[in-house]
Design a protein around this ligand. Structure first.
Ligand code: ACO
Length: 442
């Protein structure tokens, strides 16, 4: 099969959200800390009737319906999630309920988990399957789903159909990975949904992984194309986005990499701005606040062009963990839909602990229903953002308490307060005395 990649996509995020500006006032932090300091506008969160399973069921059934896909045509279903609901039973098995009516039980794949990287692992599994000798001609389906967790929270689910002749095709030879052992963000307390985080270390790990992946990506490109890769060879760069400020820093860091690799890759003004930092050691360069500022300044106009179009949903929804990178990519489709044919997009996936890969897509128009313009219509990002209900920080905190109380719990029915949910959404109705979870469709 040729041009294996993403044929179709859909995104779902909860209808309830809270403004970051309101949270700043409520939390008593200085004005601008979340909106400018972290670069976030708004945060989506689940109420007690929604979780990763209900959101995944919603997005999978919506994708099958909107692209008119026969459920029997799915041969592999992979889930990437950072939110573990059960230490043994996969989220994938819950999703088999969506396929019950079709009678299709012949669907390979389970869950992939490692912080925010599980989604990328799941996507690679599907792509590799379609490219392998065990492929039976059916589609792969990848699902990302995340529930909420502060401080930089967010919640969403994304479904993507994988197959040949895709409008969003992998450049399979261009992949650079960096994997190592780190304690930057982890969840050792199985009774809690909250992580242990070393915020500063997690930023440094992210940037180190980015440098390493970019170096490998460039090496592979050079081997293949016989010339050096520079940022001008890609139209867009899309990053895993725990919060927007880190994306700004990351792009600045890539710019610095290009400057070090070949000063002629950047303009004269940037060369002057960055020259004082050229001799810093790796460690020094991660610690230097001045360098960070210089990078962001030098890269600013290129950021507007190559990164800004992908920042909408992550800024509006918050950290969607495994879904974050793909929500950023969806923002790019949404913002640039009529000018993407022939364009290259470089993607950077990062999951703490740590695992990371840089890879790239080449975009083409595709054939209905699997064409870029139809994908953008189905995604319908503007309406989905507009339809949300803004709640107060007090309501958000009250809701968080209920969620904490229910976390890992049994023998409860949810409030049945589904007022915020649109018809067709799945929701959690109860968890019985044996911890079995029950869902219904509104
Ligand atoms: N106006 C404007 N900017 C402000 C204001 C203000 N009033 N107050 C603070 N800032 C700026 C700071 O200068 C800082 O900017 P900088 O990053 O350019 O230095 C930024 O806001 C953040 O301020 P901090 O004091 O560093 O905030 P905090 O101590 O809360 O730490 C962090 C932020 C580390 C992101 C924390 O929220 C965290 O641990 N998040 C989870 C971990 C994470 O997401 N890591 C990313 C990779 S791992 C992953 O994806 C899970």
């Amino acid at each position: 099969p040729n041009n294996v990649g993403i044929l179709a996509m859909d995104i779902y995020f909860p209808p309830t959200c809270v403004q970051q500006e309101a949270l700043e006032a409520h939390d008593g932090v200085s004005k601008g800390k979340y909106t400018i300091g972290l670069g976030q506008d708004c945060m989506a969160f689940c109420t007690e009737v929604e979780d990763v399973i209900s959101m995944s069921m919603t997005v999978v059934s919506s994708l099958l319906e909107k692209y008119n896909i026969d459920p029997k045509k799915i041969g592999r279903l992979e889930v990437g999630s950072e939110t573990v609901i059960d230490k043994s039973k996969s989220i994938k098995t819950f999703l088999m309920q969506v396929f019950e009516d079709s009678g299709n039980t012949d669907i390979e794949g389970v869950d992939s988990t490692n912080a925010c990287y599980g989604g990328t692992a799941a996507l690679f599994n599907c792509v590799n399957w379609v490219e392998s000798s065990s492929w039976d001609g059916r589609y792969g389906l990848v699902v990302y789903a995340e529930g909420p967790a502060r401080p930089t929270g967010g919640a969403a689910a994304i479904a993507m159909l994988v197959g040949p002749d895709a409008p969003i095709a992998f450049e399979s030879k261009l992949r650079g990975s960096h994997m190592s052992h780190a304690y930057d963000f982890y969840k050792p307390n199985l009774a809690s949904e909250y992580p242990v985080v070393d915020g500063k270390l997690s930023q440094t790990c992210y940037l180190m992984a980015l440098d390493s992946c970019y170096r490998l990506f460039c090496e592979k490109y050079e081997k293949l194309e016989g010339r050096q890769f520079s940022m001008s060879d890609s139209d867009y760069f899309v990053f895993h986005s725990p919060y927007n400020k880190l994306v700004q820093k990351s792009f600045g860091r890539l710019y610095f990499n290009d400057f070090l690799r070949n000063p002629s890759f950047v303009d004269e003004t940037s060369r002057q701005t960055l020259a004082p930092y050229a001799s810093l050691s790796g460690d020094e360069s991660y610690q230097s606040r001045d360098l960070e500022k210089a990078n962001q300044q030098a890269a600013k106009h290129t950021y507007e062009e190559k990164v800004q179009p992908s920042t909408l949903i992550p800024k509006q929804v918050g950290n969607m963990y495994t879904a974050s990178l793909y929500a950023a990519f969806i923002s790019l489709l949404h913002n640039k839909h009529d000018s993407l044919v022939g364009k290259r997009v470089v993607m950077f996936s990062y999951g703490s602990g740590l695992t990371s890969t840089m890879f790239s897509f080449r975009l083409q128009q595709g054939q209905h229903p699997f064409n870029l313009s139809n994908i953008v219509t189905v995604l319908n990002v503007s309406d989905k953002l507009k339809q949300r209900v803004e709640l107060t920080p007090e309501k958000f905190v009250e809701n968080t308490k209920i969620m904490e109380h229910h976390y890992g719990g049994k023998d409860f029915v949810t409030g049945q307060d589904c007022n915020y949910l649109l018809p067709g959404r799945f929701y959690l109705t109860k968890v019985d005395s044996l911890y079995r979870r029950f869902y219904a469709k509104k």
